[in-house]
Write a new protein. Structure first.
Length: 318
């Protein structure tokens, strides 16, 4: 059993409370390799922002659970090396689909887990989420539940249609499960091909906040799909057609409310891919990974800093 506190990590409880009171959201950036992690930590330190390192089940399988744990510990030490005396870093499981997966993550140093029972009948979602909460809270690990279904594709999470969260269910769900935060569906969707066009359903968000005043709300599928990255990818041989994201002004509006965690994954994938494709096209003889992964890291860092400062508003909060 590895306790996250021994790794220098924190859970989301105080972080979310400060974000709600301050009218900003914590960036939750997915990562599965060293360059992504470096870019996230560099951006968080330079902007003085708390940050959530998110790992999906697929990323855990790709990068290895043991390596990820040490990468998270390394992220804390790296932040200190860069000049952040007291980094606020969460290691979070994104879209945990079983109790066993959540338990495994808690045992390997995660400070926060999401149990996604949104595809289950309501009562089964409640029972599964409650089981995870009861286990996680023994170790002071925070738990994110989900009500409503997001359309789109993210690793093993696939849904063709969205179902908005029903505000009338949220009090019952939170009360019965004891979850620490709640992911809701208001029109965001997973992946670079958003299946639900903007604007977001702020009436649903308002309804949830009315029922659960001051309770931490999470938005998944919140990449904006920067057109300049899409254009670069397509310019250098890619084929990203009709890619569309969530407008950043909509996300900033959400961040000023009780939405205190906003998940971003596809945007960093696009930034990384755009930089790599550009190097390959302009320097076809290049075969040193550092020469194309370095620019990819720099491009992701630029993206992360933009999100922190201009979209989420979490800069200068440490």
């Amino acid at each position: 059993m590895v306790n996250y506190k021994d790794l220098g990590l924190v859970n989301t409880r105080e972080m979310f409370k400060k974000a709600i009171n301050g009218g900003y959201a914590i960036p939750a950036f997915n990562f599965n390799n060293m360059e992504q992690m470096q870019a996230i930590i560099q951006a968080a330190v330079e902007t003085k922002s708390p940050v959530i390192l998110q790992v999906s089940k697929g990323a855990r399988q790709y990068a290895n659970a043991t390596l990820l744990r040490y990468m998270a510990q390394g992220a804390v030490e790296y932040a200190k090396e860069l000049g952040c005396a007291n980094p606020q870093i969460v290691l979070h499981l994104d879209h945990g689909d079983t109790f066993e997966t959540c338990k495994s993550c808690i045992g390997s140093g995660f400070s926060s887990v999401m149990i996604d029972g949104s595809h289950l009948p309501y009562d089964e979602n409640v029972a599964l989420t409650k089981k995870v909460v009861e286990y996680a809270h023994q170790f002071d690990v925070t738990v994110e539940g989900e009500l409503g279904v997001l359309a789109g594709v993210e690793d093993d999470v696939v849904a063709e249609h969205h179902t908005y969260t029903r505000p009338e269910e949220v009090v019952d769900f939170v009360t019965k499960t004891g979850c620490d935060s709640l992911a809701i569906s208001i029109g965001t969707s997973h992946g670079a091909y958003k299946l639900v066009p903007p604007p977001l359903a702020f009436d649903v968000l308002d309804g949830v906040m009315k029922e659960l005043p001051g309770f931490p709300i999470v938005l998944h599928g919140s990449s904006s799909v920067p057109q300049e990255e899409v254009d670069t990818i397509n310019k250098y041989g890619g084929k990203l057609e009709a890619a569309i994201g969530i407008p950043e002004d909509e996300l900033r509006k959400a961040a000023k409310s009780a939405v205190c965690k906003i998940n971003i994954d596809s945007d960093s994938r696009l930034a990384m891919t755009a930089a790599v494709r550009k190097v390959f096209a302009e320097k076809p003889a290049e075969f040193d990974p550092r020469k194309y992964l370095g620019p990819a890291r720099d491009n992701m860092k630029k993206l992360y800093e933009h999100k922190i400062v201009n979209v989420l508003g979490s800069d200068n909060k440490l």
